[in-house]
Design a protein around this ligand. Structure first.
Ligand code: NAD
Length: 323
């Protein structure tokens, strides 16, 4: 049994999961099935990752073979930026739920606090940030977050999702949503690693009873493999997995640097969703709740903070940062 955390909705969520970004659709079913065999129970997907149907097939295979039951699995997925309007958000939640094919979504998040113009899925299925094939045109829409949040509450009312939350949001929006939420903000998924600690935001979330999930726990590692502007910052930054300070702590505990980076989060109650296709790494990334770092070690790791964000819409649109 993996360690779990109780969400504001009252539902339990595993503290360690498997991230589905950049897992190719062609291999996603097999990858997910193998991850379940390795012990993973939470899968972190998104419409934008373009592999929900295949990930769902991997889960259904594991269920049909009796490895797990539906209730043992926790599926997180996210609403993409082009579908923030009330009717589109509801339509998308239904479509995504059908794609997974598991009856319900455990946690449904607003992917970014950024509304883009609606694009009919039949015309352009996965628009990402751009309205055109040349990746030059981004069209903003004017949809208040309140409208989208209320749509997600309807998604819960209709039994499509069990818990709802937000991703890439900052303090201001959390304060605002709190004033009208009928269903609690169960989770906040953010970029969180020793180069981008955001301690005040994490502390605020704790005070508001919002569970934080860290993404890109290894910092630049996930971004060096990307093209162009997306990887530029990462390429200029020393890798956390090769940091002398992290390595020394890892050696002391007989763990790998990756495990130390994940434990630095989970020991503070922050959930993690690392991604790997390598069986050895899959196993080690899951084994990150059974040892403890010293308080001084946690502080030393947090001391590496540079306020350095690797995932930011400002990359696609100069002068449009996330914060
Ligand atoms: P990650 O932190 O999981 O890093 C992945 C990279 O680390 C890959 O290159 C992988 O090969 C390597 N790696 C994995 N385990 C390792 C190990 N034990 N030792 C050495 N190297 C290892 O990065 P990520 O994919 O950016 O983030 C994880 C998940 O978070 C994503 O898959 C996705 O589900 C989610 N995410 C969400 C958002 C969002 O906007 N909400 C953005 C990015 C990622």
């Amino acid at each position: 049994m993996s360690t779990t955390v109780k969400l504001a909705s009252g539902r339990e969520m595993p503290l360690v999961g498997f991230g589905l970004w950049k897992v190719p659709a062609e291999t996603a079913a097999e990858t997910v099935y193998n991850a379940i065999k390795a012990g993973y129970r939470l899968f972190d997907g998104a419409y934008d990752y373009q592999n929900e149907k295949e990930a769902g097939e991997g889960i259904k295979r594991a269920i049909s073979e009796g490895l797990v039951k539906r209730e043992d699995i926790f599926v997180t997925t996210k609403l993409w930026n082009n579908y923030h309007r009330r009717e589109h958000a509801l339509e998308m939640a239904k479509l995504q739920n059908e794609a997974w094919g598991l009856g319900y979504i455990d946690l449904y998040l607003i992917h970014f606090p950024v509304s883009l113009e609606y694009v009919e899925p039949s015309k352009r299925r996965f628009p990402a940030w751009w309205m055109d094939d040349n990746k030059e045109v981004v069209s903003w829409d004017k949809v208040p977050i309140r409208e989208t949040w209320e749509a997600l509450e309807t998604v819960v009312d209709q039994g499509i999702a069990r818990s709802i939350g937000v991703s890439n949001f900052q303090a201001q929006s959390l304060y605002d949503i709190q004033t009208y939420a009928r269903h609690p903000i169960s989770a906040l998924q953010i970029e969180h690693h020793p180069y981008l600690v955001q301690p005040d935001l994490v502390a605020l979330a704790a005070e508001l009873n919002i569970t934080v999930t860290a993404y890109s726990s290894f910092g630049p590692q996930s971004f060096i493999e990307l093209a162009g502007i997306f990887s530029a910052r990462a390429k200029d930054t020393p890798l956390l997995l090769e940091s002398a300070a992290i390595k020394a702590i890892a050696d002391k505990h007989g763990k790998t640097p990756a495990q130390v980076l994940l434990r630095w989060a989970t020991q503070r109650g922050v959930a993690v969703i690392p991604k790997s296709n390598n069986p050895g790494r899959l196993a080690q990334n899951l084994d990150v709740t059974g040892f403890d770092l010293a308080k001084e070690e946690i502080e030393q790791i947090s001391g590496l903070d540079r306020g350095l964000r690797f995932n930011d819409p400002g990359f696609y649109l100069p002068n449009h940062p996330l914060r």
